[in-house]
Design a protein. Structure first.
Length: 84
Protein backbone atom coordinates (compact mmCIF):
# COMPACT_ATOMS: atom_id res chain seq x y z
CA UNK A 1 0.00 0.00 0.00
CA UNK A 2 3.08 2.22 0.27
CA UNK A 3 5.70 2.98 -2.35
CA UNK A 4 9.22 3.92 -1.27
CA UNK A 5 11.43 5.63 -3.83
CA UNK A 6 15.04 6.52 -2.97
CA UNK A 7 16.08 10.08 -3.75
CA UNK A 8 18.30 10.41 -6.79
CA UNK A 9 20.05 13.42 -5.26
CA UNK A 10 20.37 12.44 -1.57
CA UNK A 11 21.01 8.85 -0.48
CA UNK A 12 19.66 9.63 3.00
CA UNK A 13 16.21 10.52 1.67
CA UNK A 14 13.40 8.18 0.71
CA UNK A 15 10.14 9.44 -0.78
CA UNK A 16 7.13 7.60 0.63
CA UNK A 17 3.74 7.71 -1.09
CA UNK A 18 0.60 5.64 -1.35
CA UNK A 19 0.39 2.97 -4.00
CA UNK A 20 -2.71 2.70 -6.17
CA UNK A 21 -4.04 0.13 -3.69
CA UNK A 22 -3.28 2.50 -0.81
CA UNK A 23 -5.08 5.36 -2.55
CA UNK A 24 -8.09 3.10 -3.15
CA UNK A 25 -8.10 2.14 0.53
CA UNK A 26 -7.99 5.80 1.59
CA UNK A 27 -10.95 6.51 -0.70
CA UNK A 28 -12.88 3.59 0.84
CA UNK A 29 -12.12 4.88 4.33
CA UNK A 30 -13.25 8.41 3.40
CA UNK A 31 -16.53 7.04 2.04
CA UNK A 32 -17.08 4.89 5.13
CA UNK A 33 -16.35 7.75 7.54
CA UNK A 34 -18.53 10.16 5.56
CA UNK A 35 -21.36 7.61 5.71
CA UNK A 36 -20.94 7.27 9.47
CA UNK A 37 -20.92 11.06 9.87
CA UNK A 38 -24.13 11.30 7.84
CA UNK A 39 -25.75 8.59 9.98
CA UNK A 40 -24.69 10.34 13.19
CA UNK A 41 -26.06 13.68 11.99
CA UNK A 42 -29.37 12.05 11.07
CA UNK A 43 -29.80 11.21 14.77
CA UNK A 44 -29.65 14.91 15.66
CA UNK A 45 -33.11 16.51 15.79
CA UNK A 46 -33.96 18.29 12.53
CA UNK A 47 -34.60 21.62 14.24
CA UNK A 48 -31.00 21.87 15.53
CA UNK A 49 -29.19 20.09 12.69
CA UNK A 50 -28.39 23.33 10.82
CA UNK A 51 -26.84 24.80 13.99
CA UNK A 52 -24.72 21.70 14.51
CA UNK A 53 -23.61 21.83 10.87
CA UNK A 54 -22.62 25.49 11.27
CA UNK A 55 -20.71 24.69 14.46
CA UNK A 56 -18.84 21.89 12.69
CA UNK A 57 -17.93 24.25 9.84
CA UNK A 58 -16.50 26.72 12.38
CA UNK A 59 -14.57 23.91 14.04
CA UNK A 60 -13.16 22.82 10.69
CA UNK A 61 -12.15 26.40 9.88
CA UNK A 62 -10.46 26.76 13.26
CA UNK A 63 -8.53 23.53 12.80
CA UNK A 64 -7.43 24.52 9.29
CA UNK A 65 -6.33 27.93 10.60
CA UNK A 66 -4.31 26.24 13.36
CA UNK A 67 -2.70 23.89 10.87
CA UNK A 68 -1.81 26.85 8.66
CA UNK A 69 -0.37 28.77 11.64
CA UNK A 70 1.82 25.79 12.48
CA UNK A 71 2.69 25.20 8.79
CA UNK A 72 1.14 21.73 8.84
CA UNK A 73 0.22 20.54 5.34
CA UNK A 74 -3.48 19.74 5.04
CA UNK A 75 -4.54 17.16 2.47
CA UNK A 76 -8.01 16.21 1.41
CA UNK A 77 -10.01 18.70 3.44
CA UNK A 78 -13.42 19.85 2.40
CA UNK A 79 -16.78 18.90 3.85
CA UNK A 80 -16.86 15.49 5.45
CA UNK A 81 -20.60 14.93 5.43
CA UNK A 82 -23.45 15.75 3.13
CA UNK A 83 -26.56 15.97 5.30
CA UNK A 84 -27.84 19.26 6.70
Amino acid sequence: MVVKVPSQTDRRTVRVSLSALGQDRVQELHQMLNGLADQALERIPTEVRASVHTALEWLQKGLLDLAEDKHVPVTGGGPSCTCV
